[in-house]
Design a protein around this ligand. Structure first.
Ligand code: PLP
Length: 426
């Protein structure tokens, strides 16, 4: 029944009528007493069920190479799972370590090693620098920013574009300031925009001159294999690019099976140049004797091969794609013609990034809460949790059942419309 014209074209009277209509629609939604949640970027129970074969593996705790996986040792992780994931990540097996269940913990450990001891190409430990700064593509992953905050590392936001971070902005920040020691990047289906960094941008990032001799790209490939369409976007081969550019130690690669098998009992990976891997293991050895190799072996048996991982991911896609389609359909049907929102149409990953009229994101989230729909807090995807434009909302449709995604999106779109009308009338 709404006027489908862009709201900016409506007369004040028309806009007031629109606002009244939206207020009624919203009140009706509130009256339903819903309790829904679009905040959780985690796999649904039916996705986790796909990996229950793990519970009956490994068939034998003796690995093919004779290792008794029950015992201490093997700091770099089980060779079988490293072979499979090295192939998937475009690394050689000796460029990849398999660790515990969380790659985020491996990122924190890496920062800790850099902080206390410096990297293979550092002049001194990072904690001896007066200030340390990181380039942060935004919107980005909130936990990356929380981690930097915990270290007291200053964050320099740059825009994330469809083909990767704004590389001119990055190059300008790193060129003259030796305090800029690193950057985050989720290169494939980034959190939350779903953007994939192109080969060209990856080439620039690995070859750009940096004032810091030990500049690091934290290449967090959390969603490398998490395609939502049959077209499987390939990640740029950052380690080879960096090698070719004469900066072999710049990229630090992270990945995990958190959204492949079990988010709470998967396998995390760290990769990079052989020197970086040796550096990492050297520091790890001060606090570890060996990782959970039983888990490594059962994962290797469960997948069988790199192709086995890809086949497994297609089963995730079958469960996730309809949920993302429900989000896209709701946004297009309800907001498509109103000119009050733009959003991403990710080909993979776990999120849709919705941009509403500047100054209305927190109002939309507050309205949604009033109607029983939890949305990720405004500003979450920005350093310090401050979205300077108050425009971005992260939608996470993976966890709720499909019908709940649709019901929640009905609320989200109603709130976007109401908040927009309020804003334009203010
Ligand atoms: N990196 C990104 C970009 C993520 O979105 C997430 C989880 O949401 C993680 C890392 C966490 O990875 P892990 O479960 O391996 O610690």
């Amino acid at each position: 029944t709404s006027d489908p014209r862009p709201l900016a074209e409506l007369s004040r009277e028309e806009l007031e009528a629109f606002a009244t209509e939206q207020r009624t629609a919203y009140d009706n939604l509130v009256a339903k007493g819903l309790k829904l949640d679009l905040t959780r970027g985690k796999p649904s129970a039916d996705q986790l069920d796909l990996s229950d074969g793990l519970l009956h593996l490994p068939k034998s705790t003796t690995a093919p190479d004779g290792t008794d996986t029950r015992n201490y040792g093997g700091l770099a992780g089980g060779i079988e799972i490293r072979e499979i994931y090295a192939e998937l990540l475009g690394l050689s097996t000796d460029q990849l370590i398999a660790g515990g269940n969380s790659s985020l913990t491996m990122m924190r450990d890496t920062l800790m090693y850099l902080w206390l001891h410096g990297g293979v190409d550092s002049e001194r430990p990072w904690n001896r620098e007066e200030t340390v700064k990181f380039v942060c593509p935004v919107p980005g992953y909130d936990r990356h920013f929380t981690l930097l905050e915990w270290f007291g590392i200053e964050m320099l936001p740059v825009p994330m574009n469809a083909d990767g971070p704004d590389v001119e902005a990055v190059a300008a920040l790193v060129k003259d300031d030796p305090a800029v020691k690193g950057m985050w990047l989720v290169p494939t289906y980034s959190n939350p925009t779903g953007d994939t960094t192109s080969q060209e941008i990856a080439e620039r990032l690995t070859s750009m001159p940096t004032a810091a001799p030990d500049f690091k790209i934290f290449w967090d490939n959390a969603y490398a294999l998490h395609h939502l369409t049959p077209a499987e976007t390939k990640t740029a081969d950052v380690v080879s690019l960096a090698n070719a550019a004469g900066n072999p130690h710049r990229p630090l690669v992270f990945a995990s099976t958190s959204k492949v098998t079990y988010a709470g009992a998967g396998v995390g990976f760290f990769g990079g140049s052989k020197e970086n891997v040796a550096w990492w293991l050297d520091h790890l050895s001060s606090g570890a004797i060996g990782p959970d190799k039983v888990n490594h072996l059962r994962h290797a048996e469960f997948f069988g091969s790199a192709a086995g991982v890809r086949e497994h991911m297609a089963k995730h896609r079958a469960l996730l794609a309809p949920r993302f389609a429900a989000v896209e359909d709701a946004l297009t049907d309800e907001l498509g013609s109103l000119g009050v929102a733009t959003w991403t149409k990710p080909a993979g990953g776990y999120f849709v990034s919705l941009d509403v009229l500047p100054g209305t994101a927190s109002r939309v989230i507050e309205l949604a809460k009033g109607a029983g729909v939890a949305l990720t807090p405004a500003g979450s995807a920005f350093p310090g949790k401050v979205d300077p434009e108050d425009t971005n909302i992260r939608l996470a449709p993976s966890f709720p059942p499909l019908e709940q995604v649709s019901a929640a999106m009905e609320v989200v779109t109603a709130c976007v419309k109401l908040a927009a009308a309020e804003k334009l009338l203010a």
